[in-house]
Write a protein that binds this ligand. Structure first.
Ligand code: SAM
Length: 350
C-alpha cells in the first residue's frame, strides 16, 4: 500500500508505486515534472523495474499511463523533463507527444575522466559495430497539443492570448497598435508571434495587453503573468543550448546506481520553475531532484517504490534548506562547442 514516508511544509516523500500515487494528485497541481524512469533498455538488475518488460511495447504502454497523468496534473505553464536512453528516446517522444507538446530533445554528454567513463576505455571498439553510447537523452515537453499544421498555435500562452483577443473582438493589428509594439516592417507581427508561440511578451508588454483587453469589458481579469507564461530562465552567460556537459556522480557508499548530478537538476529547476513552485519526481531514487528543488526554494514531491531509497531521501529531504544564491555553485556557462562551419559550406557552395 502506498504511504507517506515523510512530510514537511515544503516536501513530501511518498512510498509506493508512483502510478497508483498519481491517482491521488489533483488536476493542474504541479509546475515541473522532472523524472528519471527505469530506462528499460539498459536492463540493470540493481534498478527496480529496469528488467520488468519483455517487449519494448510493454514499456511504452506503461509510460503512456504516466504520460496521461502528467498531462492531467501539469499546470498550463508547466514543463515535463523525462530522462531516457538513446535507444528508447524516439519511440518515447512519439508516444508522449500524443499528450504533451515536445519542445526539446536534450543530449546529456558525460565528460568523465578515464576510470569514470564506463567501459569506454576497456572495450573492443570495433566489435561494438556502432558508436559507443556515451550520452543520455532528456525529453522536454510543455502543455499543449502536437501533430497537425495548427499545433504550433497550441502552446497554452499562445492559445490563451488568442482566445482573450477574440473575446474582446480585437484584431491582432489593433492590439499591437494599442500596446505600442508596432514594428516598422512587420505590422501586427508581435501579437501574431506571441500567439503562434514563437516568442513571449515581456512582463511589461503582457501588462499592456491585459490593460487593453480588460478595458473592452469582454474579459474581466486576465491571468497573472506567472500563471500562464512558462518559465525559461536562461539569462546572461548561462548554458542555453540543448547539449549539456555534466560529469556523472562519483561512486560513494550509498550512491544510487542511477543518481543524477545535483548541478544538472538545479540547472533544469532554475530554468523551468518559479520559486515556490511544486516539482514532482515519480522515480526519485536517491531523492536528488527533491534536494535540488528545496535548495532552490521550490517545493518537492518525491515518489519511490524501494525501501532503501525512500529511507535515504526521507532523511535527506527533511534536512535540506534553501541555499543562499551566493552559496550555490554557478550554473554552467554557455558552451563554446559551436565551431565555424565555414570550410564545409565554402567548399560545397563556392
Ligand atoms: C533511474 S532511477 C532514478 C534515479 C534518480 N534520478 C536519482 O538521481 O537518484 C529510477 C528509480 O525509480 C524507482 N521505481 C521504479 N519503478 C517505480 C514505480 N513503479 N514507482 C515508484 N518508483 C519506481 C526505482 O526504484 C529507481 O530508484
Amino acid at each position: 500500500m502506498p504511504s507517506i514516508a515523510s512530510m514537511t511544509e515544503d516536501s513530501i516523500v511518498a512510498h509506493g508505486d508512483s502510478l497508483m500515487l498519481l491517482e491521488h494528485m489533483p488536476d493542474e497541481s504541479v509546475s515541473l515534472i522532472l523524472t528519471d524512469p527505469p530506462y528499460h533498455s539498459t536492463k540493470k538488475d540493481n534498478i527496480y523495474g529496469d528488467k520488468a518488460f519483455q517487449e519494448d511495447e510493454h514499456f511504452l504502454e506503461w509510460m503512456e499511463a504516466y504520460a496521461a497523468h502528467w498531462k492531467r496534473i501539469l499546470r498550463p505553464n508547466g514543463t515535463v523533463y523525462v530522462y531516457c536512453s538513446a535507444q528508447m528516446s524516439a519511440r518515447l517522444e512519439v508516444m508522449m507527444s500524443k499528450y504533451l507538446r515536445p519542445i526539446n530533445h536534450i543530449t546529456w554528454t558525460k565528460p568523465n575522466e578515464p576510470g569514470y567513463d564506463g567501459w569506454k576505455g576497456k572495450m573492443n571498439k570495433e566489435a561494438l559495430r556502432r558508436w559507443y553510447p556515451h550520452s543520455e537523452r532528456i525529453l522536454v515537453f510543455e502543455q499543449g497539443s502536437y501533430g497537425d499544421m495548427n499545433a504550433i498555435r497550441r502552446s497554452p500562452l499562445g492559445q490563451y492570448l488568442q482566445d482573450c483577443r477574440k473575446k474582446a473582438d480585437m484584431s491582432g493589428h489593433k492590439l499591437t497598435e494599442l500596446i505600442g509594439a508596432y514594428g516598422k516592417v512587420n505590422h501586427g507581427g508581435a501579437v501574431a508571434n506571441w500567439e503562434a508561440g514563437r516568442n513571449i511578451p515581456s512582463r511589461e508588454q503582457y501588462a499592456k495587453i491585459a490593460e487593453a483587453i480588460e478595458a473592452t469589458g469582454a474579459v474581466e481579469k486576465m491571468l497573472p503573468y506567472e500563471d500562464i507564461v512558462r518559465p525559461m530562465d536562461l539569462h546572461g552567460g548561462v548554458e542555453f543550448t540543448d547539449v549539456w556537459d555534466f560529469p556523472s556522480v562519483r561512486p560513494f557508499k550509498g550512491k544510487h546506481p542511477a543518481e543524477k548530478p545535483l548541478d544538472m537538476l538545479r540547472h533544469v529547476i532554475s530554468a523551468s520553475s518559479y520559486p515556490g513552485d511544486i516539482v514532482l519526481d515519480c522515480f526519485s531514487g536517491s531523492g536528488s531532484t527533491g534536494v535540488a528543488a528545496l535548495q532552490l526554494g521550490r517545493r518537492a514531491i518525491c515518489m519511490e517504490i524501494e525501501d532503501q531509497w525512500v529511507a535515504r531521501m526521507a532523511k535527506d529531504l527533511v534536512q535540506t534548506q534553501p541555499l543562499d544564491e551566493d552559496a550555490l555553485p554557478a550554473r554552467p556557462a554557455t558552451s563554446n562547442r559551436q565551431r565555424s562551419n565555414g570550410l564545409l559550406t565554402e567548399s560545397l557552395f563556392d
